[in-house]
Design a binder for this molecule. Sequence first.
Ligand SMILES: Nc1ncnc2c1ncn2[C@@H]1O[C@H](COP(=O)(O)OP(=O)(O)OP(=O)(O)O)[C@@H](O)[C@H]1O
Ligand SMILES: [Mg+2]
Length: 262
Amino acid sequence: MVGALESTIIAVANQKGGVAKTTTSVNLAALLAAAGKRVLLLDMDPQGGCAVCLGMNTTTMERSIYDALVKPNVQISEVLVPTDFQFDLAPANIDLAGAEIELKQALAAETVLQRKLKPVLNSYDYVVIDTPPSLGILTVNSLTAANKVLIPISAEYMALRGLRMLLDTLENVREVTNPGLAIMGILATRYDGRTINSREVYEYLREFCKREGIHLFPQVIKQSVRFAEAPGYQTPLALWRKEVDGAKQYQKVAEEVINGKV
Ligand SMILES: Nc1ncnc2c1ncn2[C@@H]1O[C@H](COP(=O)(O)OP(=O)(O)OP(=O)(O)O)[C@@H](O)[C@H]1O
Ligand SMILES: [Mg+2]
């Protein structure tokens, strides 16, 4: 008997700010969708960066992921919005900051997203979850709902601090709420090959991943001003300027994800 096709739920997580979680989530979702996959991009960050990158206004949205998380009668299907890029978005806005407190009072607070996500999983091959720069309840919900976690790390010394804490959190989640959670890999971002710093950090990551048995994506994402420009054009870079290096690099990452090597 052929088993039911299961969705791959990827949490893009790192409690350090500015390491390209949102950039990675948006570009990966766009490229998976462009490859014909059915994709949901789910924003679990009150900063609402996913919608911003896609040119959508979060302040005028009637509903957001916040409503689905804290209101028992609101389903995720009711907060989804189609994007111009053949995938759906569960948008977030600043309301979600309140969920940090409200969720703490919920029963089995860590599993709210997992439970809410279940009914829509049949509709998607991939769910990509963008998480906030913290290890609070919103990130723990994301890690509990996911079956894989992709860890972007910007190639600088400061970004390595906290990696151990993140891995401990993943271990904790595995023990308590989600034994099936696997690390998809570490993705080096904002890599500047001209600097010794970036190269040393990458070498360190290579050693570290080997020692820990963690996949390190062979494709690095290089530092490029194009990434900061892209949101201004309201299109993920990988679709807006397919010919630029950054787009090609994310394409390689998306191919590795689709080929199921990770
Ligand atoms: N490869 C890159 N080269 C240069 N700039 C980049 C690159 N990737 C992302 N950026 C820029 O770095 C900034 C932070 O990126 P992003 O918002 O994706 O990080 P984040 O981890 O989601 O941040 P936060 O923790 O605040 O959610 C943005 O201005 C983005 O455009
Ligand atoms: Mg972000």
